[in-house]
Design a protein around this ligand. Sequence first.
Ligand code: FMN
Length: 208
Amino acid sequence: MKKVLVFTAALLTLIGCCNKQDNMENKESNNQAAVMDNILTRKSVRHFTGDTVPAEMVEQLLRAGFAAPSAVNKQPWAFIVVDDATLIKQLGDSLPASRLANNATLGIIPCGDFNNTLEGAARDFWIQDCSAATENILLAAHSLGLGAVWSALTVTSEDDHRSDIARQILNIPENLHPLCIITIGYPAEDPEPKDKWNTEKIFYNKFE
Ligand SMILES: Cc1cc2nc3c(=O)[nH]c(=O)nc-3n(C[C@H](O)[C@H](O)[C@H](O)COP(=O)(O)O)c2cc1C
């Protein structure tokens, strides 16, 4: 009788473990599918409802930005959050390509902090680092049901024409170099995500 009980207990434990393992595997594959879906369905949104993005979401967006990779983990960035309606109007009017004028209520400007970059030619890694942060923020915005679009300010470290306009309006200090404006709000349009998959642009190993 004792043996039967021990066997039953062992069997139940085994079944429990298998179920737990199955649940974990299901959860992992659901997570993976959700992440891929978020990446593949992200699209630029350029028209907004005018509704305010809650502070908790703004923090989530910033957390996504800070989570980006950076060369030598230098994290040479700073993020300017613009949520003041007057400033958004000024920026939107002066930088029409930013789409801030289309009822957006939030702009996040990832900047390279030239007081905290790598030395010499490696300084320009700030552009790649801030680009990674920008994409993270775009993906986070999409996952939160927000719409967002990347609008370039800087082309190279030397080309500061559009960023100068933002610099002037926001009184941005000399050491900060704005990469782009991420224009954000609740979407007033639902464009189709573009299918960009193209096997002609994939190469394996060596070229002949
Ligand atoms: C470096 C860069 C600069 C961009 N600048 C602008 C811009 O000034 N205005 C704009 O409306 N979209 C801008 N975009 C968004 C692109 O137009 C958009 O990502 C592209 O058309 C692909 O569409 P999708 O984002 O919906 O996949 C920019 C994107 C990148 C990566």
